[in-house]
Write a protein that binds this ligand. Sequence first.
Ligand SMILES: *Cc1c(COP(=O)(O)O)cnc(C)c1O
Length: 216
Amino acid sequence: MNSNYSVINNTLSQKGILLVAVTKTRPAKAILELYNAGHRDFGENRVQELREKEEILPKDINWHLIGHLQSNKVKYIAPFVHLIHSVDSFELLIEINKQAIKNDRIISCLLQIHIATEETKFGLSEEEVFNVLNNVKITELKNIRISGLMGMATNTDDKNLVRSEFRTLKILFDKIKSEFFSNDDSFDQISMGMSSDYTIAMEEGTTMVRIGSLLW
Ligand SMILES: *Cc1c(COP(=O)(O)O)cnc(C)c1O
């Protein structure tokens, strides 16, 4: 374990921001070191790797799926996943709801918003997220909980660009909160910020950062 962990985690927790320790490609042993230091929230971006680790690691870990999720793989994580950060279609919400029912659970989800200038990043446009939330069938999905938004900024040294992308996400969050969730306290999370840009995300109102490389 890198000594960065305590420093970063202390800074974040003082502000009430959750650190999701991103453990992709790290062995179970590395996760256990943070677990033994008291950490419980871990993020993986691939379903297969998440399943393998969940099976062998302690059951009180909160597992976050942070990478792109295909509908046909939801069933593998539905029994245990704590939060899915990467919901990018209404069809995916339907499938998550279906698998949540099978497991007699309510699964918390974030809607991933495309805020970066790169073409390659997944996520909904502002128009698409409103279409999802306005879909008349959304109220039938009783076994999902939409807990907020997630976004990934452009991978760049241009801090002003990153800041403006995070700011866009926060403004969108506030707008969606007031239009769709004004009486619903469960819509309260903004997952933004990674190793290279989490300090900017903190200044722009993140509630949850996903940090990998900086911790190891
Ligand atoms: C890998 C990954 C992270 C963490 O990235 P680092 O630069 O290692 O902090 C955060 N979010 C997602 C979606 C990732 O895939």
